[in-house]
Every structure is written in structure tokens, then in C-alpha cells.
Design a protein around this ligand. Structure first.
Ligand code: SF4
Length: 875
């Protein structure tokens, strides 16, 4: 209870792998207040912009309320019977490997456990893979090669105890903001040095001591160079090296690698080597920039080699540290949600491990070899080898590489089941059976964050309509297929106890993952479970791994793996002269099914874009705010050019969030080939090659509306606002009747005011109902120069001068949102900097509140400030 007398429920944020604790207070009307949990060890009360706006993502307008078979509603019995029958028949006719499950790091551990048990123990196939394959499979593979198990050695506290933090392939400021804020606080306190290794200058580089704009794919050469220096400077820890094999071989490989592959100058390399070699307490943080590569596993091993050679692992303030993208990517790894893992970090190919699990599950059969990893799985779907696929809480038609081919493969599959909270995803639209699942605020279970902390996620809302928790849906199918005893789960607590007991058996094989001390939790204890870092057994609890020099390999020693630089598979050519990098933006999550519901989050970067260097923009003749067409042999996208020197000449970057629902021409994973790392099977999502050319539209448009829009144009993107929607449009052919076009777009018969000048290609329409603006459309021959954020705010008002497209002098346009917590726009911030001659981010905060809550925007505030202080300093 808090001061209001309403109950507060402790849960976890459903976005990134930081795993922040939240306090939820339902309002009794389907919404709830969300605050950071001061008692949670991951965030100590802080939340980033995404976590802070969770309350805006709970609306039911797009929720799937009942099961569907094709286009019609169905009862649960009919839908589940059909799933059980079709999967059973397919297995009987074509064998267990003719079916597959593709699941998600959004699943809770209990959901994951039941899905894995059903696929591997009862279907008899290892064809269950998770979208975490796209996120951190290379780390899993490298951990197993080096440590014998997939073990994250350190803890978040190490980030506060380190003297040097190296962020490599990790834009922590935007992708794990609360962790980044912890680092900034530690820097302030103890002067921690920060190095960022990234081909782009990201928000994480703001204030860093060193930014190394490494060439795409150059990380192995860089860390091999470091290992070589460690050796040359006599920094090998020979005492710790007694616990390691492969040192000599790794050193030979490192010495043979060519530093020119890093693309870095001698002075930059020297500065990095000096810092790393001269600082004992080093933590190297890495994520997708390292993992999403055809040499991702080698990249991670190159990093691990440096820590193993120096004994900087498992001790306070030092170690390699993988941060996971999704809230329960770690839980999925632990439970065996990847096609090449069993469960509790046991190995599928190990007969003893297999027999132990089979015996424990009393399952009829178990696969003896790894199943198909994500890219191969959807290839097999496309080739007809997989005839029935069940996709749970993920959107592979958008997020997989070669996304257009994956979309076609799913469309052509004999039987597609999708469990999701909405029917409005590119994937859900192709389902034969659509199952309504409970959403984040309605589900109960556990998740594991990046530092091995298991936290409870607790239901605060009742699932709407007929939606049900995933574990219940999956267990129902298991029961209907004749395995009643194995799937007779009545609660997530029961599943967790079974899982914890199994981890105790796994530990007998010398595995790291052991939570057997939680196997006897009562329902009440489970419900009250406080965050706890594994292992949790009779002999071990929490803490770091490997400080004692003991690893989980047969001889107990770590392996240094000799690795050498390999270039990205896609080669640059005259036809494909740009290296294409993909990633995330600060305020959107994955394919936007939740974050796009929040007007605040949508106001940060409302349109898909392509970052391109000014030199390249000039060479291509790009006009301001131009659209560009990006193409290669795999697909094409139309994106707004964002001209910036944050990317190097010859490199371009695009965020991967937009979909057929929000911007159909901006499905950027359609441009990513399905090249994978040979060990981990993780695709190379950051090093495609593309050509870029201006998209010469005949007209450009901007629209605002109180209701959803139905755009029909070669390019469009649609975004939520406080008052409704806004959209950008562009087309190749000019409609004969612009008013008719506008009425179709808004589906309206409302009264219209128009200003048109056909000779200049200018057409403006404002539709009003009872004197209030319902919708407006602005068309021009060039990208429209109008005050967009101001116009978006006019919907629902009497808006007398909307057609001018300009904010009046006494009502300045706030500009795109920079601070999501307080809704402070770029123009407002710039005006305050200039008017009040603000000299620091804290001064901006004091003036406007921006940056004073979650801190996610502080790096952008710093960049804005720097841009404005530069000319002032020169005056
Ligand atoms: S850092 Fe942000 S997105 Fe990640 S768990 Fe915390 S609040 Fe959620």
C-alpha cells in the first residue's frame, strides 16, 4: 500500500535486459501508474523513457480478444483442438522435424519452460528457437567455448567498481539507459574512464574519454591487437593462466592479425591499449554490435581472451559483460529456448544429459541433435520441410533477416499458429489460427536480467476478453495431444518448482545454472519472491563466477580460443557502395507493437530514417529532408535521409522498428541478407551492402487526424499523437482529385476548407466537425516546410489558422520531443539555451525539467548544448 491506500504491485519492465523493477498501481479502469521500484537492485527506483511511459501502452484498442481461425472468431476449445490435431497429424505423417516453434525473449521463464518441454520432450523435435538468436546467440556460443557453459561472470555492481569501462558494439545510452545512468553516476563519483567502440558516434559517445569508430567487422582485429599488446607489455597474469588453456595459440593468432582491419589510426589504438593495459579494473560491455555478425562468436572470444589472459574476470570491478536486448533473453538461455540447447544449461548432444531430462520429464522421445536455428528454420518453412509452425510473441515477418522472403515463407506454410496480444502485426495477419495471449501487465512469472537476477513479474490487470497466459495455452495443447500428466500445470509457481528441481539435477553434471534451493517454494513464497541472483543452491548463492579460476569445462580450465579477423560476408562494390548498419532508437522497442501506442515515445523520432554522411549526401545530390531509396539484392526501403557526421562516409544506418503496419516501405530487415555466424547461427544484421539514391517523389504530404488513417502512397508512415495520428506521405503519381484523395485518407465526409495552388503543386485541406479540426492534409512538390509538432497539437481544437501550416509567433512550435518524461521539444530547448545562455545539461534541467527524471535524454541534451556552445565560445 502507499499513501493513497491503493495496492502497489511489484513487477519488472518488459523491455530491455536491464530488468528494472517497477511499482504498478492499477486505476481500476484498465490503466495503471508505473513507477521505478526503489528496492529493485537493477534500477533502484530509476526508469528510462520507455519504462516511464509503460502506462501509455496499455490501451485495448488493438487487442486480440478471442481466438480466431482464419478470419472468424472461434472458441478456445475449437482453436486448441485444431492446433493439437494439426501438429499431431503433421508429426505422424512427416516426422517430428516437420514442425517448429519460434518463440521470444518476451516470454516469461515459465512460458519458455513449458514450450521447450513440449517441443523437445514430447513433439520430439529440437526445432524450437527464439528471437534471441538474433540478439545474443554469439555470446552464448563464445561463453560455452571459453567457459564450458553460458555463464555471465559479473554483476551490475562491477560497473560501479570499475576504473575503465569499454562499451563495444553497445549503444548503452539508448538501449540499456538505466545501466548507462549507473555508469555515469559512477564516473562522477570515481572518475571511471569510458571508451566506446562503435562505427557510429552514438549517444553513448557523449562525454566518453575515447570513441573508436572501428571499421564494421574490425572488432576481432582490435581485440587481437590488444591481446598482442598485453603480451608485449608483460601484462599476462601467469598465475591465473594456470587455469587457462590455449594461451599460446591465441597469442600466435593475435600476433598474426592485421590492425589495418580496424580502420583506426595508430594514435587511437595506442590510447586504447594504454588505457586497457594500464588499468586493472576493466569491464568490457558488449551487445548486438558484436553479436550480430558472421564472426560474432569469434569477436566475443577475442574479448574473453583479453580478460582471461590478464585474470581480469570474476573479481570486483572487472570482467567481460554481455548485456542482453530483451527482458528475458537470459531466462530463455537458461531454460533451453535455443534450438541447440537442452535445459538448465545441459547439452542436447550429451546422452547422459538427455537421458536425465527425459527421465525427469517422463517424455516419450528426445531429439539427439540440435534443431534448426532461426534463419535455417524459416528457410525450411519456405522450402516446405517445416509444415506447421507456432510463432509466439514475435514478429519474424519483420524482424528476421531477408524479411520479405521470411514473410513469403510464412504465408506459404501449410499451418501457421500465432500467439500474440494483437492481430495487427505483419506476422499475425498470416496466421491460420490466432491465439489471444495475456499482455505484460496481465502475466505472472519470472524473468532473468543480464546480471543473472531472477525477478518476479506480477499480474496487475485482468486479461481482457478471452486472453490467456502463454504457459496455459501451451500446456493445453500438450494435454490435448495426450500428455496430460506432463502438462497438468495449474500455476506458474508449479512450473517454476519443477524447473528449479531440474536445475538441481543439472548441477550434478557440473553445470553452473542451479536454482534448486527454490524448488520447494510454496505458492505464497513464490508470490513474494524478491529479486535473487542465481545460483541459488545449498552450496552457492549469487555473486561472481570464475574468480576462483574454476570453469565448467571437463578439466576445469577456461579455453582461450585462437581467432582471426574475417571481413563481413557482403562485399562492397560499385553497385552496392554503402555499408548498411541497423539498430535501435531510444524510445521504440522491436517492431513497435507496444511503444508505438505511446504518443510521448512516438514523438521522439516519429519517422524511419537513414543516417548518411554529409559528403555522401552531397555526392548523391540530396536536397534537405529528402527521401532516399535503399536497395540491394534482397529488398528495398524508402527512408528519410538524416544527414549527419555521426556515421562515416560510405556507411549508413537505419533503425529496424518500422513495419507493414507503421511504414510499409521501411521494413529495413528486408535488406539484411541471411548470412549467419558459422558457430552461433546469428545473422549479420549490421554489415549488409546497399545502394542509395534519391527517391524523386512527384508530391510530398503531411497529415494529422483525430482517427486512424488509411494512407495509399509509395511512401507513408503513421504515428500516434496525443490527439490522434500524424502521417508523412510521398507519391510518384499525382492524384487527379486531391480533395477526394484527402477524404479517402481520412475516411471522412466532414466540412472542408481548402487552399490550393495547382501551378505550385500546393494543396491544403482542413476538415472540421462542429468547428473543431478533425483532420488536415498539406501537399507540396518538395518536402513540406510546416511546423509539424504544432499542427499535430491542433487536432480537436478550433484551429482557425491551421491551413497556414505555421505556428503563430505567440505559440512557438516545440519541435520533436527530446525529453519524453516532460514532453520538452528540441526547439524549446534550443530557445532556452540561447535566451538564458545555459552552459550545462543540469542548467537545462533547472530551466525546463528536461533530463531530470529518467535521464535517457541527457546525452542528446549534451550534444545540443555542445553544438550551441561551440559558436558562443568562438564569439
Ligand atoms: S532500462 Fe528502460 S527499457 Fe530497460 S528495463 Fe529499465 S526501464 Fe525498462
Amino acid at each position: 500500500m502507499d499513501g493513497t491506500g491503493l495496492p502497489e504491485i511489484r513487477s519488472t519492465c518488459p523491455y530491455c535486459g536491464v530488468g528494472c523493477g517497477v511499482l504498478l498501481r492499477p486505476d481500476g479502469q484498465g490503466g495503471m501508474e508505473v513507477k521505478g521500484d526503489p528496492a529493485h537492485p537493477a534500477n533502484r527506483g530509476k526508469l528510462c523513457s520507455k519504462g516511464s511511459q509503460l502506462g501509455q501502452t496499455l490501451g485495448l484498442d488493438d487487442r486480440l480478444m478471442s481466438p480466431r481461425i482464419g478470419a472468424r472468431s472461434a472458441g478456445w476449445d475449437e482453436a486448441l483442438d485444431m492446433v493439437a490435431e494439426r501438429f499431431g497429424d503433421t508429426i505422424a505423417k512427416h516426422g517430428p522435424d516437420s514442425v517448429a516453434l519460434y518463440v521470444s525473449g518476451q516470454l516469461l521463464t515459465e512460458d519458455y519452460y513449458v514450450a521447450n518441454k513440449l517441443a523437445k520432450g514430447f513433439f520430439g523435435t529440437a526445432n524450437i528457437d527464439t528471437n534471441s538468436r538474433l540478439c545474443m546467440a554469439s555470446t552464448v556460443a563464445a561463453h560455452k567455448r571459453a567457459f564450458g557453459t553460458d555463464t555471465v561472470p559479473g554483476t551490475y555492481e562491477d560497473l560501479e567498481e570499475a576504473d575503465l569501462i569499454v562499451l563495444t558494439g553497445s549503444n548503452l545510452a539508448w538501449c540499456h539507459p538505466v545501466l548507462y545512468q549507473r555508469i555515469l553516476a559512477a564516473r562522477k563519483k570515481r572518475g571511471t574512464k569510458l571508451v566506446v567502440i562503435d562505427p557510429r558516434r552514438t549517444a553513448s559517445c557523449d562525454g566518453a574519454d575515447l570513441h573508436l569508430a572501428v571499421a564494421p567487422g574490425g572488432d576481432v582485429a582490435l581485440f587481437n591487437g590488444l591481446l598482442n599488446e598485453i603480451s608485449l607489455r608483460g601484462k599476462i597474469d601467469h598465475a591465473f593462466a594456470e587455469n587457462v588453456t590455449g594461451l599460446e595459440e591465441a597469442l600466435v593468432s593475435a600476433a598474426g592479425d592485421d590492425l589495418s582491419a580496424t580502420g583506426l589510426g595508430e594514435a587511437e589504438l595506442r590510447a586504447f591499449f594504454d588505457l586497457w593495459c594500464g588499468t586493472e579494473k576493466v569491464v568490457t560491455v558488449f551487445s548486438q554490435g558484436v553479436n550480430q555478425s558472421t564472426s560474432g562468436t569469434d569477436k566475443v572470444n577475442a574479448i574473453l581472451n583479453c580478460h582471461l589472459a590478464t585474470g581480469r574476470i570474476g573479481r570486483v570491478g572487472m570482467g567481460p559483460f554481455s548485456v542482453t536486448g530483451q527482458p528475458n533473453a537470459m531466462g530463455g538461455r537458461e531454460v533451453g529456448g535455443l534450438a541447440n540447447m537442452l535445459t538448465c544449461h545441459l547439452d542436447l548432444e550429451n546422452a547422459e544429459h538427455r537421458a536425465t531430462v527425459q527421465d525427469f520429464w517422463t517424455s516419450p522421445e528426445m531429439p539427439e541433435a540440435a534443431g534448426l536455428k532461426a534463419v535455417d528454420m524459416f528457410r525450411a518453412v519456405g522450402e516446405g520441410q517445416i509444415k506447421a509452425v507456432w510463432i509466439i510473441h514475435t514478429n519474424p515477418a519483420v524482424s528476421m533477416p531477408d524479411a520479405d522472403r521470411v514473410r513469403d515463407a510464412i504465408a506459404g506454410c501449410d499451418f501457421v499458429v500465432v500467439s500474440d496480444v494483437t492481430d495487427r502485426t505483419d506476422t499475425a495477419r498470416m496466421a491460420d489460427v490466432l491465439l489471444p495471449a495475456a499482455a505484460w501487465g496481465e502475466k505472472s512469472g519470472t524473468v532473468t536480467n543480464s546480471d543473472r537476477t531472477i525477478s518476479r513479474q506480477r499480474a496487475a490487470l485482468t486479461p481482457p476478453g478471452e486472453a490467456r497466459p502463454d504457459w496455459e495455452i501451451i500446456a493445453e495443447v500438450g494435454r490435448r495431444m495426450g500428455w496430460g500428466a506432463a502438462f497438468d500445470f495449474q500455476s506458474p509457481a508449479e512450473i517454476f518448482r519443477e524447473y528449479a528441481a531440474l536445475s538441481g539435477l543439472a548441477a550434478r553434471f557440473g553445470r553452473d545454472f542451479d536454482i534448486s534451493a527454490l524448488a520447494e517454494l510454496s505458492d505464497a513464497d513464490y508470490d513474494a519472491l524478491a529479486p535473487v541472483r542465481w545460483p541459488v543452491s545449498a552450496t552457492r548463492s549469487g555473486g561472481r563466477f570464475f574468480g576462483d579460476g574454476r570453469f565448467f569445462t571437463p578439466d576445469g580450465k577456461a579455453r582461450m580460443v585462437p581467432v582471426s579477423h574475417r571481413a563481413p560476408v557482403s562485399g562492397l562494390s560499385d553497385a552496392r557502395p554503402f555499408r548498411f548498419n541497423t539498430g535501435r532508437v531510444r524510445d521504440q522497442w522491436h517492431t513497435m507493437t507496444r511503444t508505438a501506442k505511446s504518443p510521448r515515445l512516438s514523438a521522439h523520432l516519429p519517422e524511419p530514417f537513414l543516417e548518411i554522411h554529409p559528403q555522401d549526401a552531397r555526392a548523391l545530390g540530396l536536397k534537405p529532408a529528402a527521401l532516399v531509396r535503399v536497395t540491394n539484392d534482397h529488398g528495398a526501403a524508402i527512408l528519410r535521409a538524416l544527414v549527419t557526421d555521426a556515421v562515416r562516409p560510405g556507411q549508413v544506418f537505419a533503425p529496424m522498428h518500422w513495419t507493414g503496419e507503421t511504414a510499409p516501405s521501411a521494413r529495413v530487415d528486408a535488406l539484411v541478407p541471411g548470412h549467419v555466424d558459422p558457430v552461433s547461427g546469428q545473422p549479420e544484421s549490421k554489415a549488409a551492402t546497399v545502394s542509395v539514391e534519391p527517391f524523386e517523389a512527384a508530391w510530398y504530404g503531411f497529415a494529422v487526424s483525430s482517427r486512424d488513417l488509411s494512407p495509399k502512397a509509395e511512401y507513408w508512415t503513421r504515428t500516434r499523437t496525443d490527439a490522434g495520428y500524424r502521417a508523412e506521405l510521398a507519391g510518384l503519381t499525382t492524384p487527379a482529385n486531391w480533395e477526394g484523395f484527402a477524404r479517402d485518407l481520412f475516411d471522412t465526409g466532414a466540412e472542408v476548407q481548402a487552399v490550393e495552388d495547382p501551378t505550385r503543386g500546393m494543396h491544403r485541406f482542413a476538415f472540421t466537425v462542429n468547428g473543431r479540426l478533425e483532420a488536415a492534409l498539406f501537399i507540396s512538390r518538395e518536402p513540406a516546410a510546416i511546423t509539424r509538432d504544432y499542427l499535430a497539437g491542433l487536432v480537436g481544437t478550433d484551429a482557425p489558422a491551421a491551413l497556414s501550416g505555421r505556428a503563430p509567433a505567440d505559440m512557438p512550435d516545440p519541435g520533436p520531443t527530446i525529453c519524453s518524461c516532460f514532453g520538452v521539444g528540441l526547439n524549446t530547448i534550443v530557445a532556452a539555451i540561447e535566451e538564458h545562455r545555459l552552459m550545462s545539461v543540469d542548467a537545462i534541467g533547472a530551466q525546463l525539467q528536461a533530463g531530470t527524471n529518467c535521464g535517457s535524454c541527457r546525452a542528446e541534451l549534451g550534444t545540443l548544448l555542445e553544438a550551441h556552445l561551440r559558436p558562443q565560445a568562438a564569439e
